[in-house]
Design a binder for this molecule. Structure first.
Ligand code: UD1
Ligand code: MG
Length: 460
């Protein structure tokens, strides 16, 4: 039997008060809808249809050809949204797994379990419900005295007794595909809100068909996100569950509630992560590395025993036993070698360094290839940009670059070179040379008193 997924993502998300359509809004930097689609792709579903409408291009750009689309031109409610998928799904034999696009936390093992339960119970319609102590905002599952489901009543249509019901609708359903369209057509417009509620399908089906619920034990995984507070709650849950996974695999996280780690990050055993660290993208943190406090690592590889403190590392690699920071910035392909020291206020961009190289304070290294055992003195920089183009700097092995040296690129410094502090180097330097490129100092004997006396006169 064919299995379809139908994701409702056409709504405006008015309660979000954001420019982005709700289902494209990021949770831990990943759009909500991607969570759902990624998980569905891991289930036994054969085809996924996403119903788009409000700002549909944004969602279509995000998902590309991973899914099929149906367009709901006017957003007249969840029941109406289903009918806009008729052109794609109606009359197809099989079952349809309906999910709202604003429920990013449900993972594929639970999805599979729900699909299996639907088949095992022989249901025509399975409503996924959950029990909540504070059910505010959710549709309530109304049952008769024998526990049979009679219908779903939206919060605003509930009477006082119904408001007290703690079992709520998650907006996830499994339903026979042909029956879905047959009954969705019978849904009438809600008088109060003027919308067609998909939830009304329950009351229409329960007398004629087999309708049951699947009760999810942890209501957090089925939470629907309707506003930015909900985004915060979902992120907190996700952060906690990701961090827990790493901690159980041997990663030490201090103050984990302040640490944010993305889904695709790999962290090996023996790593330490300190408060306020953020590690995102496809970063890999190898064993015994330390991600110190207030550091941000994105799409980067941190080799074993490296240490990052109060720094930003983006699209870069940090070699084994290398220390970075405090307050360093590695970006755009900074490939730092082993046993390096990249210290305070040092920025490295699109450059590689060999082994045992140091830039301990206040340097900029850009578009450079730097060898082993090079020392960048305090304040020394590569001058890579002439206002129009970027140029390369090549530094050999065992080079000592004095403080406040400017290396004007394009330039090549051979091995074993020593550059005097304060030099502005514009010519290549041959192997073994000492380069001094600054004005010679003039000492005017006994002259300072003229200046000092002049100053004192002004004061008087
Ligand atoms: C819905 C359910 C409610 C349930 C809750 C769970 C209805 C009437 N209510 O309420 O019972 O407890 O989810 O989170 O179904 N959408 C469209 N087209 C539309 C309207 C909405 O595609 O015309 C999409 C939205 O983009 C969203 C999803 O449907 O992804 C749910 O819509 P939303 O407005 O969030 O419904 P809730 O008020 O949360
Ligand atoms: Mg919702």
């Amino acid at each position: 039997m064919k299995k379809y997924a139908l994701i409702l993502a056409a709504g405006k998300g008015t309660r979000m008060r954001t420019e982005l359509p709700k289902c494209a809004f990021p949770i831990l930097k990943k759009p909500m809808i991607e969570y759902i689609v990624e998980n569905i792709e891991k289930t036994t579903i054969d085809e996924t249809v996403v119903i788009v409408g409000h700002k549909k291009e944004v969602l279509m750009d995000l998902l590309g050809d991973r899914v099929t689309y149906a367009v709901q031109e006017e957003q007249l409610g969840t029941g109406h949204a289903i009918l806009s998928a008729a052109s794609v799904l109606e009359n197809k034999k099989g079952i349809t797994f309906i999910l709202p696009g604003d429920m990013p936390l449900m993972e594929y093992p639970l999805m599979d379990k729900i699909l299996r339960a639907h088949a095992e119970m022989g249901n025509d319609l399975t409503i996924v419900s959950m029990k909540m102590d504070y059910p505010k905002g959710y549709g309530r599952i109304v049952r008769d005295e024998y526990g049979e489901v009679l219908g779903i009543v939206e919060e605003n249509d509930c009477n006082e007794t119904q408001k007290l019901i703690k079992e709520v609708n998650s907006s996830v359903y499994v339903v026979d595909n042909e029956l879905l369209f047959k009954y969705a057509k019978k849904i009438e417009r809600n008088i109060r809100k003027g919308e067609y509620y998909l939830t009304d399908i329950v009351a229409l089906m329960h007398q004629e068909r087999k309708v049951n619920t699947f009760i999810v034990r942890d209501p957090r995984v089925t939470m629907g996100i309707n506003d930015l507070y909900g985004v915060g709650v979902a992120e907190k849950y996700l952060r906690d569950s990701i961090n827990k996974g790493h901690m159980l695999s041997g990663v030490s996280i201090i103050n984990p509630e302040t640490v944010t780690i993305g889904h695709n990050v790999l962290i090996e055993e023996g790593v330490w992560i300190y408060p306020n660290a953020t590690i995102m993208g496809s970063s890999v943190i190898k064993h015994h590395a330390i991600i110190g406090p207030n550091s941000e690592v994105v799409d980067s590889i941190i080799e074993p025993y490296a240490e990052i403190k109060h720094s930003i590392v983006a699209n870069s690699k940090v070699g084994t036993h290398t220390t970075v920071g405090p307050f360093a910035h590695l970006r755009d392909g900074a490939m730092i070698g082993d046993y390096n020291r990249i210290g305070n206020f040092v920025e490295v961009k699109k450059s590689t360094t060999g082994t045992d190289t140091k830039a301990a304070h206040l340097s900029y290294i850009g578009d450079s290839t730097v060898g082993d055992r090079v020392n960048f003195g305090c304040g020394s920089i590569t001058v890579n940009y002439d206002g129009v183009h970027k140029h390369q700097t090549i530094v050999g092995n065992d080079v000592f670059i004095g403080c406040n040296v400017n290396l004007i690129a394009p330039i090549k410094i051979e091995d074993n070179v020593f550059i005097a502090a304060g030099s502005t180097v514009t010519e290549d330097i041959p192997k073994g040379a000492l380069a001094i490129a600054r004005n010679k100092q003039i000492n005017k004997e006994d002259y300072a008193k003229n200046l000092i006396q002049a100053k004192e006169k002004i004061k008087k």
